[in-house]
Design a protein around this ligand. Structure first.
Ligand code: MG
Length: 400
């Protein structure tokens, strides 16, 4: 018997707010869904949106889509799925502290990357280039097309029939949109006004900045593990540098995983605490009395302070130079561009090479209807499915 029981009491430093903030989005006064449906007796409309997103095919496919490293690089790095889960964790935490609708923030975080192509931004660039004649490709607009059209889960309508607030948040999480609008956004907005000239909810603004907090931190983690940069490089970097030096001073040389853990937890706290302080400051200056007042503001209310925003921009530049432009990242994704353009050419010339339900939606080979179907088929692929399709359709082997 140990003479002292293990376990330490947790002092009650924090209690979550018990009441919803007046400027939170309120499920009971949602603008509803495009198609009439009975609502759930046990879940709010935003819980239901979140659940529909988790059960979607597009969400499952995030498992094998490139975040930074192409999927075959190693099982240890982030994929779009694990990235999205980390964004959702941060968004939920922020929403709870600010007494906002946690379910809406979580739904938006989980859905924010649904529209991405295989092979990350290189894949998107390649797909945009080959579809320039019929609208091009934009992942944000494609995310809307997925949840309003391409998901076929219900007998009576296409898409997931998400609430207006979730659709609005998906489309405008980075702020108001002005013409020229991407095709899917323009056409959906004509059917159901998404109030594009105005800001979205605080929950959507939170999901957007949770994305930044998540990726800056997990890219530092993945970049260090992959040895794209070193702890010494990071020591001179903005935002992270002072904390790198403090951890070294306190713990000396420690195992890399522990070092990363200590660094990321302090960086996340710095970013989250700053975001909460600045957001509270902006909310108290604007004093919105309802969620509708958030939309009418001239700017976003969820933000980092100017000092931390500058540091975040600088660490993003560091990651860009040391990681996203590193040959170990760039060479495979650039090869993958050829996979996308070759697949597009092959399916456009012979739509019957696609599965029957996709082929049936096509027009004549090479026309714009066919081009749109092929674009949507390719955009939905995972990295490894795209490579398998490349081998099947072209008969050629490819190593990324
Ligand atoms: Mg993201």
């Amino acid at each position: 018997m140990p003479d002292q029981a293990p376990g330490h009491l947790i002092p009650p430093l924090y209690a979550p707010p018990s009441a919803r903030a007046v400027y939170a989005t309120v499920p009971a006064i949602s603008r509803g869904r495009f198609h009439a449906e009975p609502e759930s007796a046990t879940r709010t409309c935003y819980q239901r949106d979140r659940d529909r997103i988790i059960h979607s095919a597009a969400f499952r496919r995030l498992k094998h889509k490139t975040q930074v490293f192409v999927q075959h690089e190693g099982d240890y790095y982030r994929t779009r799925l694990t990235h999205s889960l980390e964004v959702a964790q941060i968004a939920r935490s922020l929403a709870r502290v600010l007494a906002l609708d946690e379910d809406l923030a979580e739904a938006l975080a989980l859905a924010h990357d649904l529209g991405h192509t295989p092979f990350g931004h290189a894949g998107e660039d390649a797909l945009s280039a080959v579809t320039a004649d019929f609208g091009g490709f934009d992942h944000n607009a494609h995310g809307l097309r997925l949840v309003t059209k391409l998901e076929h889960r219900y007998a009576e309508f296409d898409g997931l029939n998400l609430t207006w607030e979730t659709l609005e948040g998906l489309v405008k999480h980075n702020g108001p949109l002005h013409p020229p609008l991407a095709g899917p956004i323009r056409s959906f907005d004509a059917r159901w006004n998404l109030d594009l000239a105005h800001w979205s909810s605080l929950e959507a603004q939170i999901a957007s900045l949770a994305d930044d907090i998540a990726y800056v931190n997990h890219d530092i983690d993945d970049g260090l593990r992959a040895e794209l940069f070193s702890i010494a490089d990071l020591e001179g970097a903005p935002l992270a540098g002072p904390h790198v030096r403090a951890i070294r001073a306190r713990f000396g040389t420690i195992e890399l995983g522990r070092f990363i853990g200590e660094l990321v937890r302090v960086l996340m706290s710095v970013m989250v605490d700053d975001l909460l302080a600045e957001t509270r400051r902006r909310i108290s200056a604007a004093h919105p009395a309802a969620a509708a007042d958030v939309r009418g503001q001239g700017g976003g209310l969820v933000a980092f302070s100017p000092a931390v925003a500058g540091d975040v921009a600088a660490i993003k530049r560091f990651l860009f130079a040391h990681m996203y432009r590193h040959p170990r990242v760039m060479v495979p994704v650039n090869r993958a561009k050829g996979v996308i353009s070759d697949l597009f050419a092959a399916f456009s010339a012979d739509p019957a090479k696609m599965p029957p339900d996709w082929a049936a939606a096509c027009g004549a080979p090479g026309d714009s209807t066919t081009g749109g179907v092929v674009r949507d088929y390719i955009a939905g692929m995972t990295d490894r499915y795209a490579l398998a399709e490349y081998r099947r359709v072209t008969g050629r082997e490819i190593e990324l």
